[in-house]
Ligand binder design. Sequence first.
Ligand code: NAI
Length: 338
Amino acid sequence: MECAFFSAKLHDREFFDAANRRHGHRLTYFEPRLSTQTAPLAAGSDAVCLFVNDAASGPVLNQLHEGGVRLLCLRCAGFNQVDLRTASALGMPVVRVPAYSPHAVAEHTAALILTLNRKIHRAHARVREGNFALDGLLGFDLHGKTAGVVGTGQIGEQTARILHGFGCRLLGFDPTPNEACEALGLTYVDLPRLLGESDIVTLHCPLTPDTHHLIDAAAIREMKPGVMLINTSRGALVDTPAVVDGLKSGRVGYLGLDVYEEEADLFFEDLSNQVIQDDVFSRLLTFPNVVITGHQAFFTRNALESIAETTLANMSEYERGQPLTNEVAPDRVVPPRT
Ligand code: NAI
């Protein structure tokens, strides 16, 4: 089938073209993000392929539908960027890649934890300058610390396994407990207890109406002073100005982000010659105890191969009229993007 890709990068072409030798779809790559301005690019295509910051709002979906698009293929796990109600009303199924490499995201989570704790970002810069002083680089043993995993699905479970390997005591919060995590010794508790007892809080739940700004000023007040907060899930789980306040007061001792609420205007582009207009993001960059990566937790060779294969297989199922293994149920409605 004919599929128009939005937000296409070189790595998308590389991995999708390779996997498509087995599927034979006609793929057209467009660099812009999906919006009301760019939706006409997909006219005449059967499907569109979207990434995390391609906002498929109601008006955009109507435009795509008028242009003949009948299938929305997300080359990611999260689906908070799609107005599922409108997609359902238009009869456009939404398919995604529910699991490609939970290891990729969990390992990146561990990288953020280790970098923040042992100040690798600062040490690297210092050593390159010939500064071998240790002042300000003091870390702590992860062994024996309490780590709270919010959302113990596929990625949360792999993160729990890694933290277990470090010798952490594990707490978890998830409406659907995971036996594999319990087998590791993770104890399920309510969110206030997890926040109150954890030295490290790591977020792995989806963005839904329940989890929007899960970590707000009130949640930060419940956390242990000096807590390490890690978010590799979705930016809007965290109320960023509240976390900035927490960093300023010292209540938040470390912040590791791979996602940011307003990342759509920043991430995946080279803006190094521009002045960043987002003052909250710019403030975050000034803290020595904050490490931010630009939504790269998924970015491993293994994950990209798996994303391409599953996405193209999703298209093939639709083309053949088969049941859609990875369809997002229309009732999994999430809040509009903020
Ligand atoms: P999953 O569906 O396997 O696990 C999510 C877990 O969160 C489930 O166990 C669910 O019961 C739980 N959950 C739902 N509502 C909750 C709530 N209110 N409080 C606590 N837990 C709740 O999903 P998976 O594959 O583990 O992915 C998790 C999230 O990671 C995705 O939703 C996505 O936003 C993010 N992600 C980020 C990537 C990155 O590159 N930074 C890449 C892939 C996913």
